[in-house]
Structure formats: C-alpha cells, structure tokens
Design a protein around this ligand. Structure first.
Ligand code: ATP
Ligand code: MN
Length: 466
C-alpha cells in the first residue's frame, strides 16, 4: 500500500470497463433481492461511490461486516450506473475489511444528529457530508490564501506564538508558564512551584500571542510585503457563535502602502479567495446552498462581482441614527459598533460587504495612524452580512513622536515597545496591514452558523476536548 492512490473522485470521473480499487469508509449498505448497494466515501470529494455487489459474489459472512462506519477496500470493475444520481459505479468482486464498526455503537448514524452532539464526536464527524465539505473547503481556502499572496510577491513569515508583549494592550491573553506543577494533564490538582516570575521558564511573564502584527511590521520594513497565517489565542470569556479561544489569523503587512491600498488588498483578497473556492469546491458549496444557507451561492457571486461599499465610521453612525430602528444598544458617535449595528449596515442598508474607515481613536489600538482631526484614526473594518466584522486593519502610525504620545496616552509601558519604536527611528515608512480571522471567512463561505463547526477541534471557555 502506498500513499499514491486513486481517490474515489478519480474513480467517479473514470471510464466504464476498467478495473479499480476503492478505499474508504462505508456510509450505508442496503440489501435488495439480488444485489447489495454500498455507499462509500474517502473524503476526496462530496459524492459517494456506489458499490454494487451481486449476491453470491462475496461470502455472506464478509458482507455482513460491511456496515456503516467500517473501513474497507472494494475491488472490481467500473461500470455505467443503472440508477440515477451517479454515472459510474463499482461492480465489486473482492472486498478487504480493514476495520469493522459495530453498527449498534457507531456514534455517527445517518440522520438527525444535533450540531452539539456532533461537536462531542468531533473525532468522527468529518466522515459525514457536512463536515467533510467544511474541511475540504477549509483546506482549499488555505491554499488559495497562500497562492493569493504568493502571486503578488508577498513573503510568508512566521511570527512567534509565545510572546512576552501584549500587542493590543487588551490583556485577554493565556499565560504560558512552567511554574504550575502539573506534570500530566490527568493530574487534577495543580500546585505553584513559585510565585515569582523570575523562577519561570522565560524569567518573566509570557503569553500565547493574540496577533503577529507587531512582529510582521518589523519584517515588512525589510521585505516590503509580508504575511502571516498562524494560530492566535484570546482568553476572552465570549461564548458566542463567532468567537473561538484559538483561531487562525491571516495578517498581511505592507510597506509603502496607505489605507486605500490596504482596503484594495482586503477587497481583492476576499473576492479572489471566494472565487477560488467556488471554482474548486463547487459540489461542497452546492450542498451548503441546499442544506445550510439558502441563497449562499447567489450571495457569494454577488460579493465577488460588486464593489464593496466604503464609508467612514461617522457616516455610518449618521445612517444608524437616521435608520428609525430601535437597537438594543443606543447609537452615538464614539461607540464601538455592536453586532446588531454591523448587521443592519451590511444586510439592510447596503446589502453586501461594507468597509468602515476612520474610527474614533479611543476605541482603536495605539498603533493606528492618527488623522489630522486628532479624533479619528486610519482604521478600516470589513463587515460582512450574517457575521459582522471579518477583517480589521489600519494604516500604522509611522511618526515616532505621535506614536510615543499615543502609547503614553493609552497607558501602555513605553519601554516594552522599544523595538517597535526603533522601526520609527530608523528608516520608518508609511505602512498598512490587516488581520482576518480564517474561521470567520469560512463561516461566510460555507454558511455555517457556528464558528465551532468550521475548525476540526474548537477551543472555547470551559471546552478543550480532544
Ligand atoms: P470582534 O469585535 O469580532 O471580537 P476584534 O475587534 O476583537 O473582533 P481583531 O482583534 O481586530 O478583532 O482581530 C482581527 C480579526 O480576527 C477579526 O476581524 C476577526 O475576523 C478575527 N477574530 C477576532 N477575535 C476572534 C475570535 N475570538 N475568534 C475568531 N476570530 C476572531
Ligand atoms: Mn474581540
């Protein structure tokens, strides 16, 4: 056996009359008078392969073990299919059972399982239609993202996952420490070896990164156009359908680029990645369109073909004030937009993604470039219908004096940012970038309603199984 193999998707595209081996997992077996039908899948495509076994070809004892969940190889001849739904099927004359699955206890039964239950069997759910499709789309989108940047001369960089600096000053970070005397995750009680961080592994407090941006900026000011695509962590206690404690973030950073250029990249990025997935995962998206989100394909087509609306935060606040809607959170200039406001803007007012720019400086991070009005910063958020914020970005403050003032104003320790400030001392340049949550993008592309269902194993408050 070799990794090189003919996938079921190749067999399904093959020609009748050839011999073939089909490896995969059994979805169902149905016995009629003269033949047995087996639906099997190996994850290579949405469609199942139908295997037909004329009675008498294989021993009954063996055939009985071909149950839902079993892992098998069927060999035989590809033939034109009699039934509807597929053009090619396999007429089997040989079977090998690698791993049987007890039909009584196999947890992934055919229909009706709730999303919650499927999360509890996350180790098996990828064998079903929905999660097979989700993870194929996830893999394709990841590839499309690397291709997008590579085609434009961006260098993929790797920023640290363990960090001693809090990029945003937001403080919702997981600590990384060896002070806890927990030699095994099975040990339920932990003791502290020391209360002094000097005794800790790095000799000071360390954390899991919330963003690779600051480090990415340093590389942009050497390699011009760079991007990261890696895991990020947030210890915020937000149990929502759009927040994870561990998620993957894409962060491009560009020297000699202002907010206009940043918005252009963000828009091109979303359009190209969505188009790529539509071109390469069509059957998966058709399934989502049919079963998960009506009009998904129509929406995606629309997003790809129409320009995003670009408006200032101030304009958006005016729209919200004049909307006549009664929002749960009252609207006033200076507030952070809540999900209900974002949804009204994208779904009701504009009907497609919206890029909001020039937010009040007090609700944005210290590194965003201050506008001449001294009140707003060159920030942009891309908001999408259904899910709200999908991208957050800005032109970065490249002026040393302004940046120093902003750090102090925000109550952050200037010394900690010495290397970040160095960038503005030595060869500073106008530059911009953004952060995009990969799982938010996947929710948008698949129509899946809960962010926990677009990542193989999700992390959320009180939940870190598998
Ligand atoms: P939100 O207001 O939705 O919590 P944020 O303002 O905290 O987002 P940023 O810090 O700007 O988000 O992070 C950049 C991007 O990362 C966001 O635009 C979003 O796509 C994604 N993101 C942020 N927090 C999470 C999370 N907890 N889980 C998944 N994706 C996230
Ligand atoms: Mn957040």
């Amino acid at each position: 056996m070799d990794y090189r193999r003919t996938y079921l998707k190749d067999l399904l595209a093959g020609t009748a009359g050839t011999r073939a081996d089909a490896y995969g997992w059994v979805k169902t077996r149905r016995d009629s008078k003269e033949v047995s039908f087996v639906q099997m899948n190996d994850g290579s495509c949405f469609a199942d392969l139908q295997v037909v076994i004329p009675h008498g070809t294989l021993p009954d004892e063996t055939l009985k073990k071909v149950t839902t969940g079993a892992c098998v190889r069927f060999s035989g001849e590809l033939v034109a299919s009699q039934g509807g739904g597929q053009s090619i099927e396999l007429r089997a004359d040989e079977v090998e059972i690698f791993g049987p699955a007890d039909a009584q206890t196999y947890p992934l039964q055919k229909k009706g399982a709730s999303w919650e239950f499927l999360r509890e069997i996350a180790h098996l759910r990828a064998r079903g239609n929905t999660f097979g499709a989700v993870f194929r789309v996830r893999a394709r989108a990841s590839y499309a993202i690397h291709k997008f940047f590579n085609d434009r001369g961006f260098h993929n960089i790797h920023t640290p996952i363990i960090t001693a600096s809090d990029c945003e000053g937001a403080g919702s970070m997981f600590g990384v420490s060896t002070l806890i005397d927990a030699t095994s995750p099975h040990n339920p009680s932990a003791t502290l070896k020391s209360k002094d961080f000097k005794d800790d592994f790095f000799g000071k407090p360390a954390f899991l990164t919330v963003s690779g941006q600051l480090e990415a900026e340093t590389l942009a000011l050497a390699l011009t156009n760079v991007y990261t695509f890696g895991p990020t962590f947030r210890a915020e206690n937000s149990n929502t359908s759009r927040h994870l404690s561990e998620f993957w973030m894409i962060e491009p950073e560009m020297a000699f680029c202002d907010l206009e250029g940043d918005m252009n990249l963000a828009e091109e990025f979303l359009k190209e990645v969505i188009q790529d997935v539509m071109d390469h995962c069509r059957p998966d998206l058709e399934f989502f369109n049919q079963r998960i989100e009506p009009e998904l394909l129509q929406t995606l087509d629309h997003v790809v073909s129409s320009p995003f609306e670009r408006v200032t935060y101030t304009q958006a606040i005016d729209w919200l004030l004049q909307s006549g809607e009664s929002f749960e959170n009252a609207v006033e200039w200076g507030m952070d937009l809540q999900s209900e406001h974002e949804r009204w803007l994208t779904e009701k007012k504009v009907g497609r993604p919206v890029i909001l720019t020039d937010y009040p400086k007090d609700i944005k991070a210290f590194y965003m470039r201050l506008n001449d009005d001294n009140k707003t910063v060159r920030a942009m958020d891309v908001l999408a219908p259904r899910i709200g914020e999908i991208i957050g970005g800005s032109q970065r403050e490249e002026r040393l004096d302004v940046l120093e003032r902003r750090i102090v104003e925000m109550g952050l320790p200037k010394e900690a940012y010495w290397w970040y400030l160095d960038l503005r001392k030595f060869g500073s340049a106008p530059h911009s970038g953004f952060g995009l949550g990969f799982e938010r993008l996947l929710m948008y592309v698949t129509g899946m309603k809960n962010i926990r269902d677009v990542i193989p194993y999700f992390r959320a408050p009180q939940q870190a199984d598998f």
